[in-house]
Design a protein around this ligand. Structure first.
Ligand code: IMP
Ligand code: MG
Length: 178
């Protein structure tokens, strides 16, 4: 697997630091709130686990699975719900936990979806952000790191469902997908 990686962008130690500092900010902001962390499957599953362990505030955890990508590296723009939430979120303070925001199509859809389900507040916590690729304007309160327009894998992020188990985040060699 390592041979498919061009270079490492974030080591597992660096990711650890990023996750802890995000959790600290969330704890400060959600002291008197009714927090529900909602992980977007599957990409966020490792980040979601680590972030949740570092958050000290009382909270619930839920997952939703949506897809906008086929097997390629470009968003299709159409969002399908594959697995919905398990519990209602009416009057809850929702924090969406996402691996990476690219075009913004997924998160812009999720924001509207959770607001329509009458959440009291909806914010976004993403580990990575690709600002240069944005198509939809969406406010992201918590960002681990901004990155250039690379296709990255590892720490939950995949290419065609592979590489999620890499403990670091790296740039995939273009030869793998071209
Ligand atoms: P968006 O709707 O274009 O913002 O796409 C967001 C989703 O695309 C993320 O949840 C990821 O699953 C996927 N994605 C975007 N960029 C990358 C990447 O560089 N590596 C792996 N997955 C990515
Ligand atoms: Mg995703």
């Amino acid at each position: 697997m390592d041979k498919d990686i061009e270079c490492i962008l974030f080591t597992s130690e660096q990711i650890d630091e990023m996750v802890k500092s995000l959790a600290k900010r969330v704890d400060e902001d959600y002291k008197d709130k009714d927090l529900v962390l909602i992980g977007l499957l599957k990409g966020s599953f490792i980040f979601m686990a680590d972030l949740t362990k570092s958050i000290k505030s009382k909270c619930k955890v839920d997952f939703i699975d949506v897809s906008s990508y086929g097997a390629g590296t470009e968003s299709t723009g159409r969002i399908n719900i594959i697995k919905d939430l398990s519990d209602p979120i009416e009057n809850k303070d929702v924090l969406i936990v996402e691996d990476i925001i690219d075009s913004g199509n997924t998160l812009s859809f999720m924001m509207d979806y959770f607001k329509a389900k009458k959440a009291r507040s909806v914010e976004i916590c993403t580990l990575f952000n690709k600002p240069s690729r944005r198509e939809k304007d969406v406010y992201v309160k918590y960002i681990g790191a901004d990155i250039e327009d690379y296709f990255i894998v590892g720490y939950g992020l995949d290419y065609a469902e592979y590489y999620r188990n890499l403990p670091y985040v790296g740039i995939l060699k273009p030869s793998v997908y071209s």
